[in-house]
Structures are given as C-alpha cells and as structure tokens.
Ligand binder design. Sequence first.
Ligand code: NAG
Ligand code: NAG
Ligand code: NAG
Ligand code: NAG
Ligand code: NAG
Ligand code: NAG
Ligand code: NAG
Length: 462
Amino acid sequence: MLTFHWKFTVFHFLITSCCSLNHVNREENPDIPAIAKYFNTKGRYEEVNPQLTEDILAVNRSVLQLPSAQCQEIHLTAIIRHGTRYPSTNHIKKMQKLYKVVMNNASGEQSWLHEIKTNWTMWYNEDMDGRLVQKGVQDHKHLSIRLSRLFPSLISEENLQSGHIKFITSSKHRCVNSTLSFKAGLTEEWDIKDTEFDHAVNDALMRFFDKCTKFVEEVDNNPSAVEEVDRFKQGPEMRRVQEKIADRLSVLHSLITHDMVEAVFHLCAYEFAIKTVNSPWCRLFDEDDAKVMEYASDLREFWKRGYGHDINSKASCILFHDVFNRLDKAASENKSGQQVTEAVTVQVGHADTLLPLLTLLGFFKDNNTLTSTNYINQSERSFRTSLMLPYAANLVFVLYDCGGGDLRLQPLLNEKPVTFPGLTDQQASMPRYQDIRERYRVLLQGCDFETECQLFKPSADI
Ligand SMILES: *[C@@H]1O[C@H](CO)[C@@H](O)[C@H](O)[C@H]1NC(C)=O
Ligand SMILES: *[C@@H]1O[C@H](CO)[C@@H](O)[C@H](O)[C@H]1NC(C)=O
Ligand SMILES: *[C@@H]1O[C@H](CO)[C@@H](O)[C@H](O)[C@H]1NC(C)=O
Ligand SMILES: *[C@@H]1O[C@H](CO)[C@@H](O)[C@H](O)[C@H]1NC(C)=O
Ligand SMILES: *[C@@H]1O[C@H](CO)[C@@H](O)[C@H](O)[C@H]1NC(C)=O
Ligand SMILES: *[C@@H]1O[C@H](CO)[C@@H](O)[C@H](O)[C@H]1NC(C)=O
Ligand SMILES: *[C@@H]1O[C@H](CO)[C@@H](O)[C@H](O)[C@H]1NC(C)=O
C-alpha cells in the first residue's frame, strides 16, 4: 500500500514536472473548470491522464519497465468501466428542481448568474437516463486504439480476426454500447469492414453486486450502512458549502439543501464531461467547496463499495476467480507448448464493478477509516475516486513470459503501472506471477461467491 501510494505520487510528480509547459497551459485553459479534478466518478478520463488533452492517442511503452528485453506478453485482461454517460433520471430530477430555484429566486449581478439565466437552458431530460453520450463512444474508441499500441502483439488484427480476443459486457445499454465502441476503435484502426465480432453479455460477472444477496440486503438496501455519509452531509463542512452557495445566489440559506448543492456540482461536472464546456454552474464552487463535495462522494463509495463493509469487496469474489482462472489457463497453455487460446479478454462494466475488485485486491487502503468527522485528517488519503474511477477507468492485467517459464504479472490502472499492495519492495516491480498467487493465497483458496453472499452463513453446530 505504501509502495503503491509512493509510486502514484512520484508518477504525478513526473507528469507535472516533465510537462511543465503542458501543465501551465492546463492551468490557464479556460475550457477546463478549476475544480475538474474533484468530480469523483463523474470525472473525465483526461483528468487522470493529462497528456491526453494534447494527444488523445498518446502512448508511451517505456512506462511498462520490463525486467528484461526478452519478456513477452502472453495474455491481457482488461476490466473497463463504460464511457461518459448522461446523468441518471434521479439526478436529472434534482437538477431540474435546483434550476427552478435559481431561475425563480436567485438575484445578483454576477456575470455567471446572468449567463445561467439568459443563456443556459435545462436541456437534460429524464429519457436520457444514464445512456452513453457521444464522448463516451470516443472514450472507448480511443482507449482501444491506445491499448493496441501499448500491447501490439496481443491486441492485434490477427488475434481479433482469429477469435483470440474475447469481449464480455454488462447488459446495461451504456456498457454494451461502450463494448461496441471499443471494437469499432479497433476495426476502424485496422480498416476491417463487414466483419462482426461477438461479445457475451454476462451480468453474473459484471454486475455481481445485484446478485449478491448479503450485499443487497445489508448494504445496498440498508440506510444505516451509509450513516457516516448522512452525518457528513449534515456536518459543519457541508453546511458551510451550502451557505456559501446560497450567498452566491443571494437566496435564504434554508432554500439550499444538500441535494441542491449536489445538483449544481453535477451540472458543472456533466456539462464538462459531456460537452467539454466550463459552464457558469462551476462558478458556484471554489476549490475548498469542491474538496468537501469530493469527500462526501468518496465517503459514500467507501461505505457502499469499498472498505466500509467486508461484503462490498467479497461480492466481487466471482470476478476475482474469473480473472485468476484465465491467467492460470494462459500460463499453463504457454507452459505446455500450446498457443494461448484467449490472448485478450475485454470486460466492460461499471465503477461498481471495479471498486469492489480493487478493494478486494487491497488497493487504495488508507490506515484510517473514512468517517464523517475526519475530513481534515483524510486530506492526504489514497482513496480518491476522482483518481481511480473516471469514465472509462480500466484495470489491466498483463501476463508476461520472461523466458524459461519465468512468468510476470503487471497491473495497470488507467494505463499506468501500479504495484500490488503487500509485496516486498523487491517483488513489487513487475512481480512474478507465483508471488502474486502467494500474496492472494487465502482469497484464491476461498472467497466463494455463493458462500460469502448468503445472508446467513451455515454455522458448524447446525
Ligand atoms: C516515456 O516514459 C519514460 C519512462 O517513464 C520517460 O522517461 C519518457 O520521457 C517518456 N516519453 C515521453 C515521450 O513522454
Ligand atoms: C421562490 O420563487 C417562487 C416563485 O417565484 C416563490 O413562490 C417562492 O416564494 C420563492 N421562495 C423564496 C424563499 O423566496
Ligand atoms: C451563450 O451560449 C453560447 C452557446 O453555448 C455561447 O457560444 C455564447 O458565448 C454564450 N453567450 C454569452 C454571453 O455567454
Ligand atoms: C451508442 O451511443 C451513441 C451516443 O448516444 C449513439 O449515437 C449510438 O447510436 C449508440 N450506438 C448503439 C449501437 O446503440
Ligand atoms: C510462451 O510465450 C513465449 C512468449 O511469448 C513464447 O516465446 C513461447 O513461444 C510461448 N510458448 C508457446 C508454446 O507458445
Ligand atoms: C500507516 O501506518 C503505518 C504503521 O503505523 C505507518 O508506517 C505508515 O506511515 C502509515 N501510512 C500513512 C500513509 O499514514
Ligand atoms: C486526526 O489525526 C490526529 C493525529 O494523527 C489525531 O490526533 C486526531 O485525533 C485525528 N482527528 C480525528 C478527528 O480523527
């Protein structure tokens, strides 16, 4: 965990220091809201990979840091979140309500308020309900092309044509559409026409959270599972943000609820993610406000999908075993002299798919629990969904053969190498596959979805 955090920080340092020109431009770029790095799961992928704002197809193979030149990729599994999407119906209703209050009750001379009132229309409607937007199509097209350039021997035209690349998706329209977009990126890149490549819909794997009874009953449908979130929303930090927003709109403090503040934040985030505009809604927040909003959302993810409750991550046992079964199969096929049948697996799901798995694997675990009262203490936390889970977030596992049966496993999050938590420093960079299997031995031997997800575990004395 510590190694991971350190690497992450160093990586950020490299980005900001190596590309200072780029960095300066970004700071001054009037099209990017100053608060864009605090949008949690509603953030743009470009915010975690800023070099992409210059060149959306930029890849740098030397970030992979192979231990030796003879290492060759033999298998890749990518678990990818869908691309940029419209808000859900629930969020759209809240935005509409907030918009009415601003139009009817806000007064003031600020130019951004004038712009909202005269030059902004409420264009979101409830039919949009979470569907993929055009930007989301591009997210996946570009991602597939970048991954094919990063791993050209695996994500290759030959492997696609010969059926060695498998696609699995959640049944949600935005995921199916993302999967089609990912494939379209490849077929357009290689100029393949008139060929359809299959994908399988598999909710048991990609929407395990719906199928895990214990999780549904004890967390998803249980308000007390997220009581820390409610406390934070009623706490002093959030109240201060509400008051500041009310003051900026010149309305009574009592008129601005937490839901409304959240709706404004979402409006700023969606206008940016969908249309790449820095909308006047963003002017209602300063950076301190945005950090509080970000924490509220991280707190929710922590208790609903992350370390807050053990079952959150255990619900992903089925996906965990699926990943390792595939790695084992590729390893043994390669060892026994056969061609690896599934060179690449692309699995498209949700933030709710990725976060439990990242948690199960021990990534982004801080020393202290996120609570309603330790906002300040958590300012340096590693659990920041803005960095982990933007649209099209992806966790990629690459299995390498480094000669003589020396297998290595490299994890990448959002195209950046990360370190499995809990390995020694010596093991950490490009770890041996056997060390990873040892690291997760307890989970590999247990972590049974059916058992973990039962509401009442059978006990020995019954
Ligand atoms: C690619 O990454 C390597 C290693 O991180 C770095 O030294 C190099 O400057 C990068 N190249 C480009 C063009 O960014
Ligand atoms: C807000 O505006 C509506 C419509 O004009 C009005 O009915 C309502 O009283 C106003 N609320 C406040 C608190 O000013
Ligand atoms: C009004 O909106 C249009 C389109 O979004 C934009 O091009 C124009 O600059 C805006 N005008 C003002 C005064 O903000
Ligand atoms: C995918 O979403 C885009 C953007 O909403 C839409 O234009 C396109 O028709 C969708 N594609 C499919 C195959 O549903
Ligand atoms: C195993 O993978 C390595 C690296 O790609 C390759 O050189 C070797 O031929 C593979 N073995 C078999 C039997 O395919
Ligand atoms: C977490 O706790 C360990 C052990 O007390 C300590 O060594 C480490 O520095 C702490 N990490 C952070 C990020 O505070
Ligand atoms: C914040 O951290 C400090 C130092 O670790 C500790 O003394 C304090 O009790 C913590 N405060 C909260 C609210 O957790």
